[in-house]
Design a binder for this molecule. Sequence first.
Ligand code: ZN
Ligand code: ZN
Length: 569
Amino acid sequence: MDNIQISRILYETAFWMEMAGENAFAIRAHSRAGTTIKRCGRPVTTLLREKKLQTLPGIGAGLAKSIEEYVTTGKLQQLEELRSQFPRSLYGLLRIPDLGTKSIRLFYETLGIATLESLKENSLNGELAKLRGFGKKKIEKLLAGISFAEAQEGKFLLPRAERAAEEILTFLKTLPQLQKCAVTGDLRRYSVIVEELHFIVLSSEADTVLDALKEKYELQPVEKNEKAFPVFQTPEGIPFHLSFVDEASHWIPLMLASTGCAEHLAQLKTLCKDNGISWEGHVLTDSAGKTLNFETEEAFYEALSQPAYPPEVREKIQLISSDRPLDLVESSDIRGLVHCHSTWSDGAHSVEEMALASSELGYEYMLITDHSRSSVVANGLSEETIIEQHQEIDRLNVKLNGIRVLKGIEADILRDGSLDYGDDILKTFDWVIASVHNGLDMTEKEATDRLIRAIEHPYTAALGHPSGRQLLLRPAYDFDLEKILDAAVANQVALEINASPRRLDLDWRYIRLAAEKGVQFIISPDAHRIAGLQNVRFGVAMARKGGLSSCQILNSRSEKEFLQWQKKP
Ligand SMILES: [Zn+2]
Ligand SMILES: [Zn+2]
């Protein structure tokens, strides 16, 4: 049980307490405790063992007892009782962007709305408009939010899909009837979000393997599964299915076919024909009719005189072409970790802890970019705390070997496009990432103007998470991408490929266009804790999907080159 899980339980308790009209002070205490625990650098389970839970700010005896109850029993009685008073679907309404508990409670108490469907119905039939404060504009926005939430149904972020896939693979590998298995499909191609998992299996006893799975996993209900083969689902509802081959020589053709994408596959089939290879079902044969047995996908691509296309680049916009050699950035090219948070703002670990962890991962430098003062909920840095943080970084750089800590900031882009501090403060940073965090309710023109003004700021070195999307939670704001790209090139501002699996922003589909215009990039983990440093690999996968090579990634340069790239007045 980790801190994130525990914080989720506290947030959920706060939600139901508010639904039940409990004391506002107690509600706030629960949600604050959720934040405290989310940002706590040490595992709560350890603090509990050491009887130090109450040393955390805002965790009194009552909350400590609740947390202990949840950690030891896996349940929280108070939460169970609260849940039992209401339809559980109410909690799911929080998935609608910008909809808060207050409104959900109002809808439930006045109109008995408890589900997404009924909220939609009441928005459309005019019932919601009878409530005070729900004018036409607000309802339109709500309906857009409902559509967004509906569209996210049954979608999963990469890490969750990866975890589920690993569990299934571990189980499959225990089955003696199975010679080989692997994950394929969207997850193997690093799709931004995953809707189902696909595995391939080499076994001559497919039925026995399927029976073993039926014992362990539930089958997807018939009305959801329109496919001819059984679709299973994990306990958390992620659907998965398997494809079988019983001959080792069929393995590579199946792997290629199941990985996709369809367009890439069609190209491969044409190339096969050109090279005298026939591809029928999962069988590849040469012109003499002899079965070809490729050991690896690389060997197959070689037979077609092609570079080995790694799974993540087998996409429609990255079609095989002879004029564009594959020279893709690798994880090992990344020399510096940029965009990291620490306990100075809303991170869980100190600058030193983050630096040591980065050093252990083999990075040469780390750019600490805590939040700026306008990000109040994220504990943004005041002008005084910036000075203190810089003193700490100077001390650390004397003490630490093998890694250098750079002074950065993730400066909020204010509504008018200006940055959060004056030039006298901004000039004290080595690097400034400018990001939009609030005031997301903008027209396309407002957003474009706001971003361009921030790009034109002399101290902006990179634009953080350019589109503002949070996968499954919030769509991107509309903005004129071409104008932003042109402004970035003209003002020598890099665009971020934010590697947090919740963001993956700039989206890889736009990376190629940006690169063609000459944009430079940073791949950043946006890490709020040590574990988040590992996000970089998702960003690298996105950069590869966008066709980038290491020379287009600023943080694959040396510290000196990285710093020199930044133009400062
Ligand atoms: Zn941010
Ligand atoms: Zn950030």
